[in-house]
Design a protein. Structure first.
Length: 180
């Protein structure tokens, strides 16, 4: 399994493995309703609830062990938290997600942090990435396209009933299947 404890760095950013202790610093930025416009989630209701959620993620694995759950906080080199990125590693593909906090939108942190995560995962042998995005989330669509993802599917959203999602992919499935 991929080492989810690795710190990733870029020119401007430091991606640290997410732990329960991060809940105190991330709680307020995660309360901004604008982050959830295209997601089927609600803002955290308390620091304690967020700590419990992050504590469950510290194992870096799903409860049944079938998926790797890799989560990183995204910080500027001065320590300021600007968001988080995550990857759900499955046997044949990895699903990515990201949230950049509202005050830090449109500064390139999403692309920079996702690029670092994707580069790391590719070095670890991941060859197929997927991302799901609401068809009206134009900023996220542009981000994925800038990272080399292509739209491969359009259909009903799993987390927002009545909405439509795109599935984007980068890489190839055949690379992860054993030769026959």
């Amino acid at each position: 399994m991929i080492n989810g404890e690795r710190v990733l760095t870029t020119e401007r950013l430091r991606l640290e493995p997410l732990v329960a202790a991060h809940a105190r610093q991330l709680f307020e930025p995660l309360r901004d309703e604008r982050l959830y416009r295209y997601e089927g989630l609600d803002p955290p209701v308390s620091i304690g609830e967020l700590e419990a959620r992050y504590s469950a993620l510290e194992s870096r694995r799903s409860p049944d062990g079938s998926e790797g759950w890799l989560n990183w906080t995204v910080r500027l080199r001065d320590g300021t938290f600007v968001g988080r990125v995550q990857a759900t590693v499955r046997s044949d593909h990895t699903i990515i997600g990201y949230d950049i906090f509202v005050p830090h939108w449109r500064k390139g942190y999403g692309k920079e942090s996702c690029s670092a995560m994707l580069d790391f995962l590719e070095q670890e042998g991941v060859t197929l990435f997927r991302a799901f995005v609401d068809t009206e989330n134009f900023a996220s669509i542009a981000l994925l396209e800038s990272l080399g993802f292509r739209r491969v599917w359009t259909g009903p959203s799993e987390d927002l009933p009545g909405r439509t999602d795109y599935r984007f992919e980068r890489g190839r499935l055949k690379d992860v299947l054993p030769a026959s």
